[in-house]
Write a protein that binds this ligand. Sequence first.
Ligand code: IMP
Ligand code: MG
Length: 336
Amino acid sequence: MPSTILVGGFFGDEGKGKIIAYLAKHDEPVVVARGGVGPNAGHTVVVKGKEYALRMVPSGFVYKSARLLIGAGVLVDPGVFKREVSSFGIKGRVGVDRRCGIIEEEHIAEDKGDAHLKGKIGSTGSGCGPANAARVFRKSRQAKDVKALAEFLCDVPQEINEALDRGSGVLVEGTQGFGISLVYGTYPFVTSKDTTASQMAADVGIGPTRVDDVIVVFKSFPTRVGEGPFETQMEEEKAAELHIEEYGTVTRRKRRIGEWDAKMAAYSAMINGATMVALSGVDRLDASCRGAKEYEELSKEVKDFVAKVEHDTRVPVKLISTGPELSEIVDLRGFK
Ligand code: IMP
Ligand code: MG
């Protein structure tokens, strides 16, 4: 810790939710804060066989003592938020910045109906694009204007910076991925905001000088949902042969699957200012590594791949996820 930002290095769905949940349980941060766009993101967390799908609430909720915060930059869908608060039983420890932008029914209708967003770029239809547009036009409501959110309102930057002043651990959870950044991604096939670590810091209100670590998560086989260029995409038949088909958490759409993209990984590690890489899905390279917790348990194939990722990104690989379950991870950060 003390302040760590975690982001996706490819096109989203790199397994951020699982890594965040592991870090929250293992490192015991006082605060887990979420940056990113909004409920277009879906994170999956598996704890002791039980699967949780989250769209609004930080994946760090699995660590029961953490204060859970949604940063001011994030869009809130009050309905989705309230449902998650009650189904995960986190009322009393979750806070929403009073300045969060609000997603209205009309934004969802616009996102789903609009021939450009849903049809052309394949948006998730969660209302994020139109809500961010309304925010830029200065006609959006903020969280403080929504009665149903009154009991959750707080000042996220104040809480986080005070926690850092005390030397407490703060984990910032990014959403989406580098390739769908509005600024650095494959425009126009992108989400409605930047998705890099600097944006996540801004979303939760910590200045660049207060960030200690940036963990960029890469998937061994990158995936992309929705439209847009995907240079290393493989034939569907090949993905089927490898048994690595996937479906989206939010939209249930089939994800396109690709090979490791060295060039993209290097560029994304650079712009994110990565200090560590977390690599997910190595069990797909070699099923014998499923569930491994020690580096020695990994096969030569996987160890060679880890070395390649370090060579390509010029960043040390410190976390290696070997399966969906929270505990299926090799942690090389050198403290237990
Ligand atoms: P929007 O963010 O819903 O407007 O969708 C814009 C594009 O970003 C579409 O291609 C979506 O599939 C993609 N996208 C948005 N959020 C995520 C995510 O969390 N994971 C993966 N793709 C996403
Ligand atoms: Mg996802």
